[in-house]
Design a protein around this ligand. Structure first.
Ligand code: ADP
Ligand code: TRP
Length: 325
């Protein structure tokens, strides 16, 4: 299967991004043809500092590599290095239904969040995402639940294009984690864990042990004492149980058994320890990569070269189909 996914170079990567998206990428890269990239063009749609962008891109690249993306197995690159993404985005804009774009949850949320900057880029954001996906004839797109709507739209766009201009694109499918596709925020378990919320709501993949402990211990839990999975009635404890289960690789039922008759504090203490130990290798790898900037840059350059060859070939076909060549 051909697999592709991306992450924007905005903010800290957290355990939600890891459990919902990156962990799947690591599994998929073993047996599939994978493309992973840094979606820097997408990140321009929300307020940002131009002087920090290059630093953030490099930092995100280090995150990917520290998390386990293997550039020998996967094609790993920066979106803006491949001009074909923007070119295809424009062409797809001419088939994307505007009503669908206006219905996208992320567009509505971001317009609310950044009232002073509702730019056209926010609206066509999913068209650029469709271009990212279709350019490489991607079949599977491993993402968290919040992105499923965008992948469905990429399918619609592919279908419409194929109908109008002849079979050109593959219709992609979202690949979701069985558990962990929506990790909730620590201080508000009714909201998804997100890097655009305050740092109290998430645990970064590289969080220092002291901070992990502090954040887990102060995570919002529910009334009652029992450690029982019940997302409707006990969203806080259920979220922590999912996190515990995924990092310990033990089914939730077993985790419930371990903590039967024990209090929230004991469970949280144990979860903090589990997280400190599980995240230790990421912290180590990141520190090592921070001093290997040249290697990271060279890796991205090589990845772009490999991606470009495929992107150019697709665009050659697209230009002909559409009547531009
Ligand atoms: P954020 O919403 O934190 O800014 P991104 O939008 O950059 O994160 O998402 C990067 C990837 O991580 C996407 O595939 C997204 O679906 C996934 N993801 C984001 N938040 C979560 C979460 N809370 N639980 C599971 N997956 C998530
Ligand atoms: N929109 C995605 C997010 O916010 C990032 C992204 C951009 C992406 N292009 C993509 C994900 C293509 C999967 C495939 O998380």
């Amino acid at each position: 299967m051909r697999v592709l996914s991306g992450i924007q170079p905005t903010g800290q990567i957290h355990i939600g991004n890891y459990l919902g998206a990156i962990k799947q990428w690591l599994l998929l890269q073993e047996k599939n043809e994978c493309f992973f990239f840094i979606a820097d063009l997408h990140s321009l749609t929300i307020p940002y500092q131009p002087e920090n962008l290059q630093k953030n891109i490099l930092e995100t690249a280090i995150v990917y590599l520290a998390a386990g993306i293997n550039p020998e197995k996967s094609i790993f690159f920066v979106q803006s290095d491949i001009k074909e993404h923007t070119e295809l985005c424009w062409l797809l804009n001419t088939v994307a239904p505007i009503g669908d774009l206006e219905r996208m949850t992320q567009y509505k949320e971001k317009s609310r969040q950044f009232k002073k900057n509702i730019n056209a880029g926010l609206l066509v954001y999913p068209v650029l995402q469709a271009a990212d996906i279709l350019l490489y004839k991607t079949e599977g797109v491993p993402v968290g639940k919040d992105q499923v709507q965008h992948i469905e739209l990429a399918r619609t766009i592919a279908r419409k294009f194929n109908q109008r201009f002849g079979k050109t694109f593959v219709e992609p499918k979202a690949v979701l984690a069985k558990m962990g596709a929506k990790i909730m925020s620590l201080n508000n378990p009714k909201q998804k864990m997100s890097k655009s919320l305050e740092s109290q709501s998430y645990i970064s993949l590289f969080e220092e042990p002291g901070e992990i402990k502090r954040k887990v211990m102060s995570a919002v839990t529910d009334t009652g004492k029992q450690i029982k999975y019940n997302p409707g009635k006990k969203p806080g404890i259920s979220n922590l149980l999912i996190i515990y289960s995924l990092f310990s690789e033990k089914p939730i039922k077993e985790v419930e058994k371990i903590f039967k008759g024990k209090g929230y504090a004991q469970f949280k203490k144990s979860l903090a320890e589990l997280l400190i130990n599980s995240l230790e290798p990421f912290r180590k790898k990141r520190k090592e990569l921070l001093s290997r900037e040249v290697y990271v840059r060279e890796t991205l350059k090589l990845g772009a070269k490999r991606a470009r060859a495929i992107a150019e070939s697709t665009m050659h076909d697209v230009r002909q189909k559409i009547g531009l060549a």
